[in-house]
Design a protein around this ligand. Structure first.
Ligand SMILES: Cc1cc2nc3c(=O)[nH]c(=O)nc-3n(C[C@H](O)[C@H](O)[C@H](O)COP(=O)(O)OP(=O)(O)OC[C@H]3O[C@@H](n4cnc5c(N)ncnc54)[C@H](O)[C@@H]3O)c2cc1C
Length: 396
């Protein structure tokens, strides 16, 4: 065992026992004893005021990463159209790079996509690593992994961010394994630790019951995927950037997968991410029938309908309209919350809204803490009144 107790020094305070994540410390006759299940994690050592806990395990050294520079964003495109989340990530990357005093770079792969570089620069990229090849026209895991891996090996970035999209969720784990680094998936918050200068990556864990903050101390680049809609798009007008071409050498044989046909799912898509106005319902709406008034209001306001998890579970709206920690994150200009209490899990998905209007009959409902305008009243009266007023102002 490489952790032991100097029993004479132990005061029996039990701080070590409480701190041990493995239940590997037992109190016997008022003194701490280490059990066989101890993993030498060291969680108890610093806590012991009496210095009674000893170890011969040397702390793992953090390598010198001073040559790892730059905050990278994978610029996801399909058919020459950039995904919005890539622009959102460039906004975040500007902030992180500002703290670190490093550059922001976008990694753009595809075929005949060079024209997108200008847009990426306009949204904050100082450099665009451009890899163009026929084989990269459509996303294929092996091809994209190979090219980004080459770039990472050559340029040594500090941070690499991707959208938690279908492509990002496929590419990021493959790439992180290839590079040999960790990956935090589905982050909702990214900040730089002011003391250590490392990336603190926050994401919901245990079904959303806790928010876990994860740091990669021992490897670079620090990789994370981020949910669409969470970060803010920030244009950087007048930004001057460089486009750096990367020579791609890849064969179809290496890629081992062919795209035979592209099929678009025909379901009627709900684009909450792009909605400028959202009328959202909660349990207070009372029934599926009650949602009709919200759909009518959304229609006259030119917006979309969304709601809380409760009303998804009730079957009043489909799951793609759920807003919150386990639903979508939205940033409309106006969010009208009708009969929503404002639970933390719901707020997590709508706090980025520019203006929040809350209608609730309970004046102490937490939604009012985050609302710009609050109406205390019965939504069954207020919503139709809103609807009528807007229609008459529009002469409808
Ligand atoms: C792990 C986890 C993840 C979760 N993820 C999500 C998530 O992604 N999204 C989400 O929304 N929730 C999520 N939840 C659930 C969340 O905790 C809340 O239970 C939920 O948001 C509450 O929904 P609500 O506001 O519709 O219902 P309630 O909390 O029941 O609130 C109903 C409100 O309606 C008001 N009301 C009632 N009648 C009227 C009326 N006639 N007129 C006006 N007001 C009225 C009431 O005063 C009340 O404030 C999650 C929970 C957990 C544990």
């Amino acid at each position: 065992m490489s952790v032991w107790i100097e029993v004479d020094l132990c005061s029996g305070c039990k701080r070590c026992q409480k701190a041990c994540p493995y239940g590997a410390i037992e109190m016997i006759d008022g003194k701490a004893h280490i059990l066989d299940r101890c993993t030498s994690c060291g969680a108890c050592i610093e806590l012991c005021r009496e210095k009674a806990i000893q170890t011969d395990t040397k702390p793992k050294e953090i390598p010198d990463f001073s040559d790892r520079q730059g905050v990278w964003v994978f610029a996801e495109q399909r058919d020459g159209k950039l995904s919005r989340v890539s622009l959102e990530l460039l906004g975040k990357a500007q902030e992180l790079a500002g703290v670190l005093n490093q550059d922001v770079s976008a990694v753009l792969l595809g075929y005949q996509v060079a024209k997108l570089s200008k847009r990426l620069i306009g949204y904050g990229a100082d450099n665009v690593y451009l890899a163009e090849h026929k084989a990269l026209k459509d996303y294929r895991t092996i091809a994209y992994t190979k090219v980004i891996h080459e770039l990472v090996e050559k340029q040594n970035p500090n941070i690499l961010l991707m959208g938690a999209t279908h492509i990002g969720r496929d590419l990021a784990p493959r790439l992180s394994r290839r590079v040999g680094v960790g990956l935090t998936a589905d982050c909702t918050e990214l900040v730089i630790d002011p003391e250590e200068g490392i990336l603190l990556q926050t994401r919901p864990a245990f079904g959303g019951n806790v928010m876990a903050t994860i740091a990669s101390r021992y490897s670079r680049p620090q990789m994370a995927t981020v949910r669409p809609g969470v970060m803010e798009v920030k244009q950087k007008r007048g930004n001057k950037g460089n486009t750096i071409k990367h020579k791609v050498s890849i064969t179809e044989k290496e890629i081992a997968a062919k795209i035979l046909e592209k099929v678009r799912e025909k379901k009627k898509s709900v684009s909450l991410n792009d909605a400028g106005i959202i009328v959202a319902g909660g349990r207070g709406v009372g029934s599926k029938e009650g949602m009709k008034a919200l759909f009518s209001l959304a229609q006259v306001m030119g917006g979309e309908v969304a709601g809380t998890r409760i009303i998804v579970e009730e079957g009043w709206i489909p799951v793609e309209r759920q807003v919150g920690q386990t639903g979508q994150t939205v940033r409309p200009e106006i969010y009208v919350a009708c009969g929503i209490s404002g639970a933390i899990q719901h707020r997590a998905g709508m706090l980025g809204s520019r203006y929040i209007i809350a209608i609730n009959k309970d004046k102490s409902a937490p939604i009012f803490d985050v609302a710009d305008w609050g109406i205390v009243g019965d939504l069954h009266e207020v919503v139709p009144e809103f609807d009528r007023a807007i229609r008459s102002s529009k002469g409808k």
